[in-house]
Design a protein around this ligand. Structure first.
Ligand code: KIV
Length: 268
């Protein structure tokens, strides 16, 4: 069945089954308007805390709150009827089993998201296990972890040293063992992406991790050229969104100034 004719959401089991069969597509979404356009065109929609930068104008993701993530996730769920919706758990909301479970339960009770995403590897495996044991589907996130950028002094590619590769492999296995149904792998060399994808039985969704992983995720405002502050190397721009909007705006302003808008057929 094509995704466009499907009436039900894609499930976590369907995502798992795509490993070694079909590449998985994931894109961020932050509101109902765009979720409706993206819905069914990609397997998963991620309400990423990247919204704190691209839509809220902050310089990193750290100040995003659970309240904001729930608000945006509700909106995305209002627009998405087919794609699986994942809500990012923001910085500070996963610091121990109980706090993470409370945050995830709020997401599940107050929105229709089908999964939550947590940044971290082996060190949070127990927390992920606690969530999955309580009925919460989990997407992991290892490699470059944007929530750690202040601690690490920037966004750094991971896995270049042998020791980093070893620790990433440990993280990947720990996520699988803890019950995550897939994980995001961000900012690692292509060879590392390949090794990690081969080392686990769950799908690895790459961002800046090369082509030899099980799927790709992009921040939509990067992919469609709306976010212009900087363009990471791994982003492919499919549209010059900001330019298109500016051109259209110029037309609108010109028509208003010239008295061309509204015309008779646009008036009561
Ligand atoms: O917040 C986000 O959008 C993310 C993606 C970069 C994977 O975590």
């Amino acid at each position: 069945m094509s995704m466009q004719t499907r009436k039900k959401h894609i499930t976590t089991t369907e995502i798992l089954k795509k490993k070694n069969t079909e590449k998985i597509t994931m894109l961020t979404a932050y509101d109902a308007l765009f979720a409706k356009i993206f819905d069914g065109e990609v397997d998963m929609l991620l309400v990423g805390d990247s919204l704190n930068m691209s839509f809220f104008g902050e310089s990193d993701t750290l100040s995003a709150t659970l309240e904001q993530m729930i608000y945006h996730t509700k909106a995305v769920c209002n627009g998405a009827k087919t794609s699986l919706v994942v809500c990012d758990l923001p910085f500070g909301s996963t610091i121990c089993e109980q706090i993470a479970l409370e945050a995830a339960l709020r997401v599940f009770k107050e929105t229709k998201a089908q999964a939550v995403k947590l940044e971290g590897g082996a060190e949070i495996a127990q927390i992920i296990k606690h969530l999955t044991q309580n009925g919460i589907a989990v997407v992991g996130h290892i490699g470059l972890k944007p929530q750690f950028m202040r601690l690490e002094g920037g966004y750094k590619v991971k896995g270049k040293q042998e020791s980093e590769l070893e620790s990433l492999l440990k993280d990947a296995r720990a996520l699988e063992e803890a019950g995550a149904f897939c994980f995001v792998l961000e900012g690692v060399p292509s060879e590392v992406g390949k090794k990690i994808a081969q080392s686990v039985g769950i799908p690895v969704i790459g961002i800046g991790s090369g082509v030899d992983v099980d799927g790709q995720v992009l921040v939509w405002s990067d992919a469609f050229g709306f976010f212009e502050d900087f363009k990471p190397k791994f982003v492919r721009q499919y549209l010059k969104g900001a330019e298109l909007i500016r051109d259209a705006l110029k037309e609108y302003a010109k028509d208003v100034k010239n008295g061309d808008f509204p015309n008779v057929s646009e008036s009561y």
